[in-house]
Design a protein around this ligand. Structure first.
Ligand code: NAP
Length: 294
């Protein structure tokens, strides 16, 4: 929906390390668009529900033109929206909200952001993908890999949460997907057929930069590529371990930029200046590090 002014924001908790205000403010300025992007802290439910209802009301009144949604709300937000795009419906998670007519529409740009950056940075051949975590981001990643024909394992500490999603994937015709506990022996049992490891948990993200989601006693799969969705710090314990083992690895900055660019395009209808977005993110990361945050 075209607008004269773009009041945008991010719903999530905690939001201390978010780069989104820097990225989207830079995009608005580069395109000479009037607007702003604010952090909208929303605690987990039930405490956050009043905030959510208030923010969505503002959007319905036209006071907000676009929202991003992040940890831990990407799944519960579905119940508060009028419609979902096919991507958001298939994945069962929303990271972007825009208005179409009177409707608040939930979309998912994490999946396409991940796939584009995976191809750009690591371009692995289709094989066996192990996804660590079973939250909103893991759903987007697993769905994208399934669509490309990967054999996918979802390793989670809550098997029921991951199992529900695997049922959804199977209903969509993706049969080569299963769940396993996020435990050393279980991961070891499939390690030899794993050609891609994706961290979709927050483990390793600032301020817990000394932690890794990969079991400390287990070697990374031989010949695998490693994609860590965490983007602060620039290198995580997981990507450092991968590099040390001679494996191609990346953190999630490229995905962050691409999902943001796709969000911006949904809200404004204009092509997002991706180099500007990346530069803004890098500058914000440098200042976060100067503050000792990451
Ligand atoms: P989420 O919905 O809260 O899900 C987090 C998942 O990680 C859940 O399965 C959770 O397990 C698991 N988890 C949390 N702490 C864990 C721990 N200590 N050990 C093992 N598993 C743990 O969050 P999300 O939206 O999926 O995001 C996950 C991460 O991806 C975040 O760090 C986020 O910043 C990052 N991300 C990056 C991008 C990007 O563009 N680069 C995009 C999206 C997300 P339980 O269900 O048991 O709690």
């Amino acid at each position: 929906m075209r607008s004269d002014t773009y009041h945008l924001g991010l719903l999530g908790w905690p939001l201390r390390y978010s780069l989104s205000p820097d990225i989207h403010t830079a995009a608005l300025q580069a395109l000479d668009l009037d607007g702003d992007y604010h952090l909208l802290p929303m605690p987990p439910f039930p405490a956050g529900e009043a905030t959510l209802i208030g923010v969505l009301e503002r959007m319905r009144r036209g006071e907000l033109q676009g929202l991003n949604v992040t940890v831990p709300h990407k799944q519960m937000i579905l119940d508060y929206l009028d419609r979902l795009t096919p991507a958001a419906g298939a994945i069962g998670a929303v990271n972007v909200i825009f208005r179409e007519g009177e409707d608040l529409v939930g979309d998912n740009t994490d999946r396409d952001g991940f796939l584009k950056d995976l191809e750009t940075t690591l371009s692995p051949a289709v094989g066996g993908g192990l996804v660590l975590g079973a939250g909103g981001a893991a759903r987007a990643v697993a769905h994208g890999l399934c669509e490309l024909g990967w054999r996918v394992w979802i390793a989670a500490r809550q098997l029921s949460r991951a199992g529900d999603f695997v049922d959804v994937l199977r209903e969509q015709g993706f049969q080569s997907v299963s769940v396993l506990p996020l435990e050393t022996d279980e991961i070891e049992s499939i390690s030899s057929v794993c050609t891609l490891v994706v961290n979709a948990t927050p483990v390793g993200m600032a301020p817990q930069t000394e932690a890794s989601p990969w079991p400390s006693t287990l070697a990374l799969p031989l010949g695998a590529s490693v994609y860590d969705l965490v983007y602060i710090p620039e290198e995580t314990m997981l990507t450092k371990a991968a590099s040390k083992a001679g494996l191609p690895a990346t953190t999630g900055l490229g995905m962050l930029i691409e999902q943001a660019a796709l969000s911006f395009e949904r809200w404004t209808g204009q092509p997002a200046p991706r180099t500007v977005l990346r530069q803004a993110a890098l500058e914000a990361m440098a200042s976060t590090q100067r503050m000792g945050g990451a």
